[in-house]
Design a binder for this molecule. Structure first.
Ligand code: HEM
Ligand code: HEM
Length: 174
């Protein structure tokens, strides 16, 4: 028994987007100031809005027709795995929400497609808190996802069970 095709596709799309967004966010300061940096920032925001859509579809699919599999672990480990999975969903939603808030309080342009109009309450203090929160959440997301990936690899290489395989896009082992 493995996850359905759409769940698998959305899982790996989310993982790819998180890694790309984090790496691009960290390297923004390496782009020369002016047009190159603004373009990189716009790409970051467009990918950020794309991951928001992917997460919404994933949550909608999971809570309706998407296949949910029996727990991979038992007892305490099962609780930890559940906590990590829900924690990842929560971190994804919060990181995206604070990313949008960050773009909004800065009043940024996304290419010349549209502008987040800076609200009157965006004082330097608010801008600082929102920016730091987005950065910290993004770092925490990557750390927790790294631990989650390590657990999946442990299942595969140490416990030698089928937990990783059920999230892999293979035709066999339905
Ligand atoms: C940023 C990266 C990642 C994120 C945000 C992420 C997120 C998630 C979430 C939220 C679930 C729960 C699915 C559900 O029940 O709805 C999940 C399941 C899973 N993920 Fe990831 N994941 C990431 C990377 C990875 C990587 C790199 C691997 C493998 C090395 C992996 C392997 C798995 C497996 C095997 C499951 C199914 C676990 C089970 O059935 O109990 N994930 N992932
Ligand atoms: C999972 C999704 C996301 C991840 C992992 C992520 C990650 C990051 C990281 C690592 C940084 C650099 C932090 C720093 O050191 O200051 C950053 C900056 C930023 N992000 Fe995101 N981000 C995500 C989503 C979004 C979204 C949806 C938006 C807005 C639509 C956004 C807007 C921004 C902005 C405006 C900056 C500041 C760039 C600057 O002025 O230097 N992010 N992000």
């Amino acid at each position: 028994m493995k996850y359905d095709g759409l769940s698998i596709l959305l899982h790996w799309l989310t993982a790819l987007l998180v890694i790309t967004l984090w790496a691009l966010g960290q390297s923004l300061s390496f782009f020369p100031k002016g047009a190159p940096r603004l373009t990189a920032l716009s790409v970051h925001m467009v990918l950020g809005l794309l991951i928001a859509a992917v997460i919404l579809v994933r949550i909608g699919w999971r809570s309706s027709a998407g296949r949910r599999l029996p727990a991979a672990d038992e007892g305490f480990l099962n609780l930890v795995a559940k906590g990590v999975h829900y924690g990842l969903y929560l971190l994804l939603v919060l990181t995206v929400a604070f990313g949008v808030a960050r773009a909004w309080v800065h009043g940024l342009h996304v290419f010349n497609w549209f502008t987040f109009h800076r609200p009157a309450f965006a004082t330097p203090g608010i801008i600082y808190i929102v920016s730091e929160t987005h950065s910290d959440l993004a770092d925490l997301l990557v750390i927790v996802a790294g631990m989650h990936a390590a657990a999946a690899l442990m299942h595969h290489y140490v416990m030698r069970d089928s937990v990783l395989k059920r999230m892999l896009p293979r035709r066999d082992a339905q």
